[in-house]
Design a protein around this ligand. Structure first.
Ligand code: CP
Length: 304
C-alpha cells in the first residue's frame, strides 16, 4: 500500500511496490489522456533549496499533466527561510496547505527530517550527497524499457561515485534484483562509499580506475559528472573533473546492445558526438522521469 507513504530512499519500497509504480507509469505512457484529471483539486508543494532542471520541471510537469496544481519555490530566499525559519516550522506550515511535498536540499537527511513533521507525503528530490530516489525510479523504468528486465545485468557506474547521490540510490535499489553485477569506475579519490559496498555480496562488484579496460563487459554504462558543489577544494575539483570522457572511440569497445545512461546534467563526461549513437539513451531517460513521477504522485495520493 503506497497511499500516504513518504519516499526518502528507494529501498523503502519493496520490489513489488516498485513494480506497481512502473506498471502505472507504463499505463500513463500508453494512454496519458486517461490520467489527465486524476489529480484535479490536488496541490503539490515544490521546495527546491538547490538548483534543478530535470527533477523540478518533471515534477511540475507531472502534476500539471495529472490535472493538479503546483506551488513552491526554487529560490528559498523568497520564503521565510531568509528570516531564519527552521525546516521543521516550514514543513509543518506548508503541509497544512498542500496534498504532497517534493523537497530538494543540499543537506543530507533533510527530507527525512521533513517527513517526520509533515502532515502529507514527502518525496526526497535529492538530499546532499546522500540519496535521489526519484532519479532511481527513472533509472529503473529506463532499464526495464530498454533491457526488458531488471535482473541479470552488468552495470558499470562511472565518475564521481563518492558524492553522486544518484549512484548511491541506484546501487541500493539494483542490488536487490537477481544476478546484478557492478563495475565501479572512479578515480581513487572518488570511490564508492564503504557503506554502499557493505550492502553487496562479495564477488558481485569490481572496482577500477580504467574505463577502457571494462567498457566491453557492461550491459549498462551509467555515467555521472564530478559533483563540483560537494568539493571543499576547487583545485581538487579541477584536477578530477575531466578524469573520464566517453567518446565515440571508447564506444567502439562497448557491446552493440549496451545502453549509456546519465542522470544529467552532463558537464564534459560524455562527448556530444556520442549523443547520436543509438546506445545513448540519457535524454529518453529524462523523459521517463516525468512519467514515473506521475505514477508516484498518483500512488502516494491513493488516487488509483
Ligand atoms: N538528474 C537530476 O537530478 O537533474 P537536476 O539536478 O537537473 O534535477
Amino acid at each position: 500500500m503506497l497511499k500516504g507513504r513518504h519516499l526518502i530512499e528507494p529501498s523503502e519500497f519493496s520490489i513489488d511496490e516498485l513494480e506497481e509504480i512502473f506498471g502505472l507509469a507504463d499505463s500513463i505512457i500508453q494512454k496519458p489522456e486517461d490520467y489527465s484529471e486524476i489529480c484535479k483539486n490536488k496541490l503539490l508543494a515544490s521546495l527546491f533549496y538547490e538548483p534543478s532542471t530535470r527533477t523540478k520541471f518533471s515534477f511540475d510537469a507531472a502534476m500539471l499533466r495529472l490535472g493538479g496544481e503546483v506551488i513552491g519555490f526554487s529560490d528559498p530566499n523568497t520564503s521565510s527561510v531568509a528570516k531564519g525559519e527552521t525546516l521543521k516550522d516550514t514543513i509543518i506550515t506548508i503541509s497544512n496547505y498542500v496534498d504532497i511535498v517534493v523537497v530538494r536540499h543540499p543537506q543530507e537527511g533533510t527530507a527525512k527530517l521533513m517527513a517526520k513533521y509533515a502532515l502529507v507525503p514527502v518525496i526526497n528530490a535529492g538530499d546532499g550527497g546522500h540519496q535521489h530516489p526519484t532519479q532511481t525510479l527513472t533509472d529503473l523504468l529506463t532499464i526495464r524499457h530498454y533491457k526488458k528486465s531488471l535482473n541479470n545485468h552488468c552495470i558499470a557506474v562511472c565518475g564521481d561515485l563518492k558524492f553522486g547521490r544518484t549512484i548511491h540510490s541506484l546501487v541500493k535499489a539494483m542490488h536487490r534484483y537477481q544476478d546484478v553485477k557492478f563495475i565501479f569506475i572512479s578515480p581513487e579519490e572518488l570511490k564508492i562509499p564503504r557503506y554502499i559496498k557493505d550492502l553487496l555480496e562479495p564477488g558481485s562488484y569490481f572496482e577500477t580506475t580504467n574505463l577502457d579496460k571494462v567498457i566491453g563487459k557492461a550491459d549498462i554504462l551509467y555515467m555521472s559528472r564530478v559533483q563540483r558543489e560537494r568539493f571543499v577544494s576547487e583545485y581538487e575539483y579541477l584536477r578530477l573533473k575531466d578524469y573520464f570522457i566517453l567518446t565515440p572511440e571508447k564506444m567502439l569497445r562497448a557491446k552493440d546492445d549496451m545502453i549509456v545512461m546519465h542522470p544529467l546534467p552532463r558537464v564534459n563526461e560524455i562527448a556530444e558526438e556520442v549523443d547520436s549513437d543509438k546506445r545513448a539513451v540519457y535524454f529518453h531517460q529524462a523523459k521517463f522521469g516525468m512519467y514515473v513521477r506521475m505514477a508516484l504522485i498518483v500512488k502516494l495520493l491513493g488516487l488509483e
